[in-house]
Design a binder for this molecule. Structure first.
Ligand code: NAD
Ligand code: UFG
Length: 335
């Protein structure tokens, strides 16, 4: 059986990917330092899959620990989720973000080459596209970022491309995620942000259960369908399946590439709020406020490359995302 190491596998996207990989017959090993997750996530992955998951608590920059993991397990492929991801925090603590995200990627690549592990899937982001591009982002478009977090993704993509160029055996796919939301239908795993959520859907979830009073809608004067910002929301279970497709692709093809992972459809903030109300029969109060610094009007994925190369496309709807996000939040509240 093919063994896949998930760095950051206790996190939101990593935990869902562990479940999808296991359902597709892969063995999973997880490394996570738990800076933004909890150890009980591993128990819940095990509950869902019925499989015991080897779990190493530690830092991806710790080369001794990586050495141990690669020695104890015959790793075939690595999926590298480990990273810090809060845009605002990255502006306040740039060195922490560059240090963590770049060093983790470099240590991992070094150790992969040392142990003859030649397949890598990297968690990149739609944020690497220059904001002035047309709304529908296509892989070849101009890149450029507006915050240190985004630059770490941009630089890691470059580090991976350069390492592939120098080591022809290495194969890599950087998946550029759009806006992952929702939760697994068992409601045992999902996103559990610390403090006040920065992102729209986790914020709506907390308003829905009365934990917060109303949604702050950041601007209604954008050039969009109703003036509010448009994004490409993707169900985290669809996103998890894209990693399975990427792992399969790497087993059969050489190369180094970047692939968008989104639905190809844009949804505005107000459309999301109304869909959430309808899907869950709840009221979501909101207030229109000033634009948030750094936001753009509309971003969604061109999904052709994902479909052509990975034979993957998203299936779950905005309604599925809203329902699963709400049920997960209700489950969290009961804990
Ligand atoms: P998350 O914070 O839930 O998961 C990341 C995990 O990595 C956490 O469990 C954290 O504890 C761990 N981690 C961080 N630094 C580490 C280190 N040095 N060593 C070991 N573990 C470490 O985030 P997520 O939403 O699951 O995102 C996963 C990846 O996808 C991240 O790289 C993120 O930047 C990227 N991404 C996320 C989004 C999003 O909106 N969620 C969008 C685009 C890209
Ligand atoms: N928004 C609100 N109110 C909120 C939060 C967000 O109106 O409380 C609006 C934003 O202005 C934007 C939309 O909702 O128009 C989506 O905002 P998010 O913060 O949920 O998502 P972003 O597209 O800004 O960014 C997210 C991640 C980034 C990642 C990017 C692309 O935070 O790290 O998706 O994947 F890079």
């Amino acid at each position: 059986m093919c063994k896949i190491l998930l760095t950051g596998g206790a996190g939101f996207i990593g935990s869902h990917t562990a479940v999808s990989l296991s359902a597709n017959g892969y063995e999973v090993v997880i490394l996570d330092n738990l800076v933004n997750s909890r150890a009980d996530v591993i128990d819940n992955i095990e509950k869902i899959t019925g499989v015991e998951i080897p779990f190493y608590i530690g830092d991806c920059r710790d080369e001794k620990l990586l050495e141990k993991i690669f020695t104890e397990n015959e790793i075939d492929t690595v999926i590298h989720f480990a990273g810090l991801k809060a845009v605002g925090e990255s502006c306040e603590k740039p060195l922490e973000y560059y240090g963590n995200n770049l060093d983790a990627t470099i240590s991992l690549l070094k150790m992969m080459l040392k142990h003859n592990v030649y397949k890598l899937v990297f968690s990149s982001s739609a944020t690497v596209y220059d904001a002035d591009n047309p709304s529908e982002r296509v892989e070849g478009m101009r890149l450029g970022c507006t915050n240190p977090y985004g630059w770490t993704k941009y630089m890691c993509e470059q580090i991976i491309r350069d390492t592939c160029r120098a080591n022809k055996q290495l194969r890599a796919i950087s998946l550029r995620y759009f806006n992952p939301v929702g939760a697994h239908k068992s409601y045992l795993i999902g996103e559990n942000p610390k403090g006040i959520p920065n992102n729209l859907v986790p914020y709506i979830q907390q308003v829905a259960i009365g934990q917060r009073e109303y949604v702050h809608v950041y601007g209604d004067d954008y050039n969009t369908v109703d003036g509010t910002g448009v994004r490409d929301y993707i169900h985290v279970c669809d996103l998890a399946d894209a990693h399975v497709a990427a792992a399969k692709y790497l087993a059969e093809h050489e190369g180094c590439m970047e692939i968008n992972i989104g639905t190809g459809k844009g949804t505005s903030v107000l459309e999301m709020i109304h869909s959430f109300e309808k899907a869950n029969n709840v009221k979501i109060p909101y207030r229109i406020e000033a634009r948030r610094a750094g936001d753009v009007d509309s971003v969604y994925a061109n999904t052709q490359k994902a479909y052509e190369l990975l034979h993957w496309k998203a299936h779950l709807t905005i309604e599925d995302m809203c329902r699963d996000a709400y049920n997960w939040q209700c489950h969290l509240q009961k804990q």
